[in-house]
Ligand binder design. Sequence first.
Ligand code: ADP
Ligand code: MG
Length: 547
Amino acid sequence: MEKKVVVAVVCVAAVAGAVATAAVVKRKMKMDRRWAKAMEIVKEMQEKCGTPIGKLKQVADAMVVEMHAGLASEGGSKLKMLISYVDNLPTGYIFFDFSFRHMRSNWTRIVFAYAYVMKLICSLIDEKGLFYALDLGGTNFRVLRVQLGGKDGGLVNQEFTEVSIPPNLMIGTSDALFDYIAAELAKFISQEGQEFELPPGKQRELGFTFSFPVMQTSIASGTLVRWTKGFSIDDAVGLDVVAELTKAMKRQGLDMRVSALVNDTVGTLAGGKYSYKDVAVAVILGTGSNAAYVESAQAIPKWHGDLPKSGEMVINMEWGNFRSSHLPLTEYDHAMDNESLNPGEQIFEKLISGMYLGEIVRRVLLKMAEEAAFFGDIVPPKLKTPFILRTPDMSAMHHDTSSDLILVEKKMKDILEETYFVLYIEKGPRYPICNTSLQTRKVVVELCNIVATRGSRLAAAGILGILKKIGRDTVKDGDEQKTVIAMDGGLFEHYGEYSKCLENTVTELLGEEVSKTISIEHASDGSGLGAALLAASHSPYLEAENC
Ligand code: ADP
Ligand code: MG
């Protein structure tokens, strides 16, 4: 009897064991299938994002073709190649423009001619005095006060404040945006000391860095072509942004004039020149991306004005809108573009700039969560929220050097966990995914790497395109010419893996010998300083104190 019971128990245990083993095996197979699917998605992404040197050279050549087309006629290319009206970069010494073509009446011309002659008599006059700059870029805007000490004094003092732009104003009305900016400017000025008070009758002067596509009509006027970087304020398109800012400043009771309207790339070029005399190109990699460079005036068929004395003109490329069949676009890029505020536009920018890199990673992770249960059986609901994974989070994960990728775990938790509140009392995470495996975290880092590498290598290809266009991609015998590329923007500044890859790729594309003639320099906050310098060099005032 006892024997029978033992046999039965053994049988039951064996069956249970077999069932459990089968369940474990089944679960393991399921996990393996899911993992294989996830790896398939990553591998496909890696292949589609490939940027071999041959492809990058094709991208650079396509950029050159578009640059020519954009310079030939208005609307000739996706690249606007905007004329900046900056035909000489301030070097600490003011330049004299005797054409006076921007002045309408003869009387004005006579007065200004007198002023210029007086300045000449005062020998080498340079940028001197107190100037302001307003830098409206993307997520934030900055107000700067710059004190220039003249020929020997250089930059005496620079102070700034940075304010973020409330998201509702980015899609509101023109008046609301400019009123907000002017109010912040007024606040900045109201807090300054007495030493900055100007003599009666003299207006404060401002360089306005406005980093959106603007068709300039002079150094201090220009109409908005379109918004980018998540801004969409319909009633501002087609308006003169300087006139709008001036009206808003009046409404705030601010006595201030805009002496120069510059794109941030143009400002960076001007600011960069202050430190590096061989600056010829400026590239911004921040929320968006753009480039400017010094072009020979004769190479601009669409320019019908007098040839500038310098023979040169700074061109704001608006390269963010570049597109080419050679660009490695994936299904995620197409979907992101379709759902964006500006579908079909700014395709290059959407591949390389800070606003979009994290979002691309999010889209791939979402597909992996949906099709390969990458984060477990439930798709984290927050992963469906566009732009929830920001590029700074992506770069923090990419830079995680800890052996167990602890920072990646923390970031994924921060981003994807949903804390649920009952009557404002935290009840704990509704979606706990804190237990991502090390293997999972490694894949997240790999994805960040794929997306950042593609972006930085494409940006390098764009730089090669510019260097080709201005003939700086080769070294002629005995040619000692150096070229400095002034770089700025939060992405370039803070995403080390991105900027390192960009610099390495530029070297790889140019080869050892040419690379020695090119240097990439971080022109930190150059755009604000550049705008102030351009305001100074375009100031109509006769600075008696200069004599
Ligand atoms: P803007 O382009 O808005 O004028 P910035 O040049 O300061 O301003 O760039 C801000 C952008 O830089 C952010 O939107 C973000 O995409 C990117 N960024 C900022 N910090 C980091 C970071 N730590 N890692 C990667 N990207 C960053
Ligand atoms: Mg900026």
